[in-house]
Design a protein around this ligand. Structure first.
Ligand SMILES: [Zn+2]
Length: 395
């Protein structure tokens, strides 16, 4: 059995470059034979953190060759590279530090938040997802808005205190008397990450050295999830970027509304109410217009075919109802926004309008249907042709 890889990230989470000797290099068998080749390399030591504890694996380069993925199996760390390395040579590894630092900031913040939630409310962290957009933490209990703000405030307090993070490997006896958070039953050499005063947790991932490095913790949302809640948060630069996006959004809305940024919510509320009352007035006016239009049709008219683009589709039915009171035959109304595609209604007090609807649909690639008295649908065609078709059929 091969010897375990020396895990330099465990000795120093801030190690960005390192030198190591290549122990093995094997071409990876890929399912897609057209895909670019990949090589799996092991080294005597590495600063590349493999996936673990909810934290994705590091990326970076070894001798300038891209490292896509890093995983650990039984103490050996495997690096997936774009090109091969020579066994026995000494190579220089460089991790993508900006990415790793960002992950460490969020991971340590997650420990602080989970520790506080556990201390204040007794809930467990039951899920942790570090995405490129959001960092989510799932808890098995409900948190109110006030709870969230309390946790956020105190978590930032931990940042201001700039507390050194302690990493330890207690022996089984010491572990028994230690009160620590853990997602599963652990065995072997347990690594404990302690943020004094805030959290003690079993975790294999690299963390920032001092809580001040987190820069700031913002909880962006807390939504019901399964039997508890999902908390989304951002730290450091990502929190700042998020703030910038939201600030710009409010500033742009404020210009659009000609309202001060702190008044946009009230202004939007007023606009919505105004819009609602305008819709009500518009609907009343449209009903009045329908009545006038229908009154213009002489009583005792037999069948009538009307093209009126001022009638919106949702007013076809009330208009047809008014027309039916004045016509003994078939009332047809067509409306269009482009004089090409029409919405239509056919209504008849004493005539079954379904056969007419069927013929109309067949002639003008239409669709729709309805009852004996009323058929609604849409079709495509030239107004003159539709008019002629109706005149021929309803005569
Ligand atoms: Zn952790």
């Amino acid at each position: 059995m091969s010897e375990s890889t020396i895990q330099l990230y465990n000795q120093d989470s801030h190690r960005k470059t390192f030198e190591a000797v290549v122990l093995t290099c094997v071409e990876q068998i890929r399912e897609n034979s057209d895909a670019n080749p990949r090589y799996v390399v092991t080294l005597d030591a590495t600063a590349f953190f493999p996936e673990g504890g909810g934290q994705p694996s590091d990326t970076g380069t070894i001798n300038g060759i891209a490292v896509f993925n890093v995983r650990e199996d039984d103490g050996i760390i495997f690096h997936t590279l774009a090109a091969p390395l020579t066994v026995g040579e000494t190579v220089t590894g460089k991790i993508d530090w900006a990415r790793r630092f960002d992950l460490m900031q969020h991971h340590t913040a997650e420990h602080i938040i989970s520790g506080l939630v556990h201390k204040y409310f007794g809930y467990d962290n039951v899920g942790f997802h570090m995405g490129s957009e959001a960092i989510n933490i799932d808890f098995n209990g409900n948190l109110t808005e006030a709870d969230i703000r309390r946790v956020e405030f105190d978590a930032n307090g931990a940042v201001y205190e700039n507390i050194p993070i302690e990493i330890s490997y207690p022996n089984p006896e010491e572990l028994k008397s230690l009160n620590y958070r853990s997602k599963k039953e652990l065995s072997g050499n347990i690594r404990i990450v302690t943020i004094p005063g805030y959290d003690t947790c079993a975790c294999c991932a690299p963390h920032v050295a001092l809580t001040g490095e987190i820069g700031g913790i913002k909880i962006n949302s807390c939504q019901k999830y399964k039997s508890g809640v999902r908390v989304s948060m951002l730290c450091g630069t990502r929190a700042l970027q998020d703030y910038n996006i939201k600030e710009k959004s409010v500033a742009d809305i404020s210009v659009l509304l000609s309202a001060k940024p702190q008044e946009v919510q009230e202004t939007v509320k007023n606009l919505k109410n105004e819009n609602l009352s305008l819709k009500g007035r518009l609907s009343n006016l449209q009903n009045q217009i329908l009545n006038y239009k229908a009154a213009a049709v002489p009583e005792g008219t037999n069948s009538i075919c009307i093209f009126d683009n001022d009638i919106t589709a949702n007013f076809l039915r009330p208009y047809a109802n008014l027309l039916m009171e004045r016509c003994s035959g078939i009332c047809a109304v067509f409306t269009s926004t482009d004089d090409r595609e029409y919405k239509y209604i056919l209504a008849g007090k004493s005539t079954d309008v379904r056969p007419l609807g069927k013929s109309l649909n067949e002639a003008f690639q239409g669709k729709g249907g309805g009852s004996r008295e009323m058929v609604q649908g849409s079709l495509t065609g030239d107004r003159r042709l539709i008019d002629k078709f109706m005149a021929d059929l309803t005569v």
